[in-house]
Design a protein around this ligand. Structure first.
Ligand SMILES: NC(=O)c1ccc[n+]([C@@H]2O[C@H](COP(=O)([O-])OP(=O)(O)OC[C@H]3O[C@@H](n4cnc5c(N)ncnc54)[C@H](O)[C@@H]3O)[C@@H](O)[C@H]2O)c1
Length: 418
């Protein structure tokens, strides 16, 4: 694709939590201005647009619809950041607007997960191709500076002299999502496995793949997984969820998993067996969100723990301030010895992710992380749910994967009623 634009005009769909993260990251993104926000809640669109202008990352204004953003010649690309249950309808409106000649775009990016199941994720790939747009899958963790630098060093030194890494472990844990819809299996697509294991499986696969090689270098062979609801089915927490959702969440009868792990066995082109081990939870109560990663090979290892930050603060019990998220995402306390991450947007990979998407679109190239990767991740997650339901290890891809909907996404999963 040949692109004449020198600066990309960007519109966001959804003006909530993750859009605010992207907007804050944008101060490190060149050659792109945030010009529009569409949110079904107009107030959210106004607030996000005001934040973009305050941060000086673009003269953003709220739009009345996705089609209106597509029709504006100033807007060249859209970032899909609305909830999981809106994926297909959002992409359908974009495709429809393009095919009906309402306007033109260069590309679209989409937050994780690409779909709530394989069918939805595949539809995203089909629609973006039908519209003839470039596509980026927003998996921030494969752009995190520690992951990128760590991979570079491990492969250049350890793997080069002693053999490739064979085991990657990734975990993402916090004390639970910030909005009720994340907790609802039908709306979100699952529980913590769908919400957070998408990061861990992709980050771990990325680490095990040689630098510069494509995704096809590794073939998934086998998968086994486990899930339970350890904390949020306890009566006091069932009540809490009921309260924060105006009575809608019913974790006594329709819980989603708050803990999940998986083991994925891969094979590389030389026939080496490689293992990815992931663990995710919504029942980890520490300082805040904790991302850990390990990469192990014959004579070396790497480890990352985002809560081992260089900056720590201490507040005595006399400091009785308000609850906030100013030290770390999903913060759980304001007193004692607390880690602080200097720039979460940078450390978690959002800045480099958005730079890569913008540069790719301006060069007319498909981003390195794209909808096909999002689809592959969804296939792995759905195979993990199948393994949980069948209580056994499954060959990959298991039969029936394309039309599989996890029991948790149908409101039919309850580990206490086995
Ligand atoms: N990369 C990450 O680590 C990360 C972190 C959080 C969320 N996410 C993903 O980002 C997406 C949004 O999550 P969030 O935390 O911002 O949620 P949120 O609930 O905070 O914000 C979502 C916003 O979208 C709006 N919305 C709802 N339906 C819409 C529609 N049809 N069109 C336009 N706007 C609509 C809502 O009014 C809300 O303001 C989810 O898919 C989530 O999985 C990714």
């Amino acid at each position: 694709m040949s692109i004449k634009k020198k600066t990309l005009g960007v519109g966001f769909i959804g003006g909530g939590f993750i859009t605010r993260f992207h907007l804050r990251s944008w101060i490190g993104v060149r050659k792109a201005d945030v010009l529009g926000i569409f949110d079904v809640d107009e107030k959210k669109a106004q607030e996000a647009a005001a934040l973009a202008r305050k941060l000086k990352v673009g003269e953003a204004r709220p739009y009345k619809s996705i089609t209106e953003m597509v029709a504006d010649p100033e807007i060249d690309a859209l970032w899909i950041c609305s909830p999981n249950f809106t994926r297909n309808e959002v992409m359908e409106e974009i495709t429809e607007a393009i095919l009906r000649g309402k306007g033109e775009l260069i590309g679209v990016t989409c937050e994780k997960p690409l779909g709530r199941n394989v069918k939805e994720a595949r539809k995203m790939v089909e629609l973006v191709q039908k519209a003839g747009l470039l596509d980026g899958y927003l998996e921030n963790q494969v752009f995190s500076p520690a992951v990128v630098k760590g991979k570079e060093i491990i492969w250049a030194r350890g793997a080069k002299l002693c053999g490739r890494p064979y085991l990657a472990r990734a975990a993402e844990e916090h004390s639970g999502p910030h909005m009720p819809w994340f907790w609802e299996g039908q709306l979100q697509g699952g529980g913590v496995l769908n919400d957070m294991m998408c990061h861990s499986v992709e980050e771990a696969r990325f680490m095990l793949t040689p630098p510069g090689s494509s995704r096809e270098e590794l073939t998934p062979i086998k998968i086994s997984a486990y899930a339970s609801c350890l904390k949020w089915q306890q009566p006091a927490y069932v009540e809490h969820l009921k309260k924060i959702s105006g009575g809608k969440l019913d974790y006594a009868n329709r819980p989603a998993e708050d803990f999940a792990r998986s083991i994925i066995e891969y094979q590389d082109k030389q026939g080496h067996i490689l293992v990815v081990e992931t663990s995710t939870s919504w029942c980890y109560v520490g300082a805040g969100l904790r991302l850990t990663m390990e990469l192990l090979g014959p004579e070396y290892s790497l480890q990352i723990n985002t809560l081992d930050s260089g900056l720590k603060v201490f507040f005595s019990r006399q400091v009785k301030g308000k609850a906030g998220e100013d030290l770390v995402e999903k913060q759980n306390a304001e007193v004692g010895l607390m880690p602080v991450i200097g720039s979460e947007e940078h450390e978690y990979g959002y800045t480099a992710e958005n730079r890569h998407m913008v540069e790719s679109f301006l060069e007319g190239k498909r981003p390195a992380e794209n909808f096909n990767d999002g689809l592959n991740v969804t296939e792995l997650l759905m195979a993990a749910y199948m393994s949980i339901e069948k209580e056994k290890s499954l060959p990959f891809p298991p039969p029936g994967l394309d039309n599989f909907i996890p029991a948790v996404a149908k409101g039919e999963w309850n580990p206490r009623k086995k």
